[in-house]
Design a protein around this ligand. Structure first.
Ligand code: FMN
Ligand code: SF4
Length: 401
């Protein structure tokens, strides 16, 4: 599918359209650094990159660090299969993202911001650099931002090299430093020791854009939608077997069924919520809510139509992880391959029920023993497919004696 085709499918009318660029930053710069962090904490904004870590808390940790310089990194790697909402934000609302970065920099005391752009988005680099340059000329980046003595912050745009694991924040930092993109051990977390081993905040593109909206429209406006634990609204990239794929904005707490109705996917057999590393939600659970406390997601929604073979779905997702595992740790490097081999055996009718049981135990091992989020989540889709489509899958498995 070409970029133009994807853009054509996009649904307009996002909240971002109603925000006047500059308003959020202006309001934030009238506040003290501590008050900025308090307001973000009060909004209960959770990171839109997938893990849902509270943004105010992350900024607070970084602000408390004494070592300098500090860095604010915008994670624009967007490598999760089925996700393309950050690309829309970077294309149409880059001002909001950069405003969010500037507010974050003010709050934590960062002097440099880095946008880590996935290799496939290289065509956006020039566009972003033009926006950055225009803001420098307007005195909104560089030395003494908005006339505030000592508030010096600039932004550079870096490019990834095409690895999904580089979306993981510590692999991203390694890659930004010019090394092979492999996750680091945590702790220490990036807020303590990140880019060049200095305190660094890594935030998703969408998180930063919402920060600008919160300061423009107010914290009560933000909290008036969503659920008590997952406040606000969320962008979703919808793809797969539905009539109207595209980028949508819904409040957190929307049920899977309601979302499917909006996108024309009512007859779905299942929905892969959260991309390849997310959960496969079967039809019987379509009343579940999309929110961090129920079914979490970084924004990828892949609709699986009634005619799909769930083993083929599992095969497709596991092939991705076999390709993308960085190979540093054994549970992930070998585990994904073993799961894929198991799906092949199921397809051929040579997998016994005992072996399937062993594979499920392997999933547990991968979830607890892998070094980073890739290996910790790569088996989630497999286990949820086995759990929810037991009848369909067991029809393929040989009974053990
Ligand atoms: C394998 C892997 C890939 C990831 N890819 C992305 C990504 O493309 N974009 C993103 O924002 N976060 C991604 N994350 C999550 C980041 O590590 C990090 O939690 C996030 O950027 C923090 O931003 P937030 O708090 O604003 O969500 C990924 C995590 C893992 C384990
Ligand atoms: S879990 Fe996978 S991707 Fe993460 S460090 Fe281990 S091998 Fe690499």
């Amino acid at each position: 599918m070409t970029v133009e085709t994807i853009i054509e499918t996009r649904v307009r009318g996002l909240t971002f359209d109603s925000v006047t660029a500059g308003e959020g930053l202006k309001n934030a710069l009238e506040m003290s650094r501590g008050a900025i962090i308090d307001l973000v904490r009060d909004s209960r904004l959770k990171g839109r990159g997938g893990a849902g870590f509270p943004t105010g808390m992350k900024w607070d940790f970084a602000a408390a660090e004494k070592r300098e310089p500090k860095y604010l990194i915008c994670n624009a790697d967007e490598g999760e299969p089925g996700t393309y909402k950050d690309r829309v934000i970077l294309t149409d609302y880059p001002e909001l993202v950069i405003e969010g970065m500037t507010i974050g920099a003010r709050a934590i005391g960062a002097s440099l911001g880095l946008i880590y752009l996935r290799a496939e988005y290289a065509y956006l680099k020039h566009h972003l650099e033009e926006v950055v340059e225009a803001r420098r000329k307007a005195g909104l980046l560089g030395k003494g931002i908005a006339g505030i003595d000592g508030f010096d912050f600039d932004i550079v745009v870096g490019l990834g090299a095409g690895a999904y694991v580089c979306g993981e924040e510590t692999a991203l930092i390694e890659s930004l430093e010019g090394f092979r993109g492999e996750p680091r051990n945590r702790p220490p977390f990036p807020v303590v020791s990140g880019f060049l081993h200095r305190p660094s905040v890594v935030n998703n593109v969408e998180t930063l854009a919402w920060v600008a909206c919160i300061f423009a429209k107010g914290v009560d406006w933000f909290k008036s939608s969503g659920t008590a634990t997952s406040t606000g609204r969320k962008l979703f990239s919808v793809s797969g077997d539905c009539a109207r794929p595209g980028v949508y904005e819904f409040p957190f707490g929307i049920t899977v069924a309601e979302l499917l109705e909006e996108v024309g996917g009512e007859d779905a057999k299942a929905v892969q919520v959260g991309g390849a590393s997310g959960r496969c939600v079967p039809r019987s659970a379509f009343s579940r809510r999309i929110a961090f406390e129920d079914v979490p997601t970084g924004g990828s929604i892949i609709v699986i139509g009634p005619g799909r073979d769930m083993l083929e779905v599992a095969h497709n997702l596991l092939e991705f992880f076999v390709d993308e595992s960085c190979g540093q740790c054994t549970p992930c490097r070998l585990g994904n391959g073993k799961l894929l081999e198991g799906v092949d055996m199921l397809m051929e009718g040579t997998c016994t029920t005992d072996y399937l049981h062993d594979l499920r135990a392997l999933c547990n091992t991968m979830q607890v023993a892998s070094k980073c989020g890739l290996g910790q989540t790569s088996s989630v889709a497999f286990t949820s497919i086995i759990e929810s489509f037991g009848d369909e899958i067991m029809g393929h498995a040989k009974r053990s004696r």
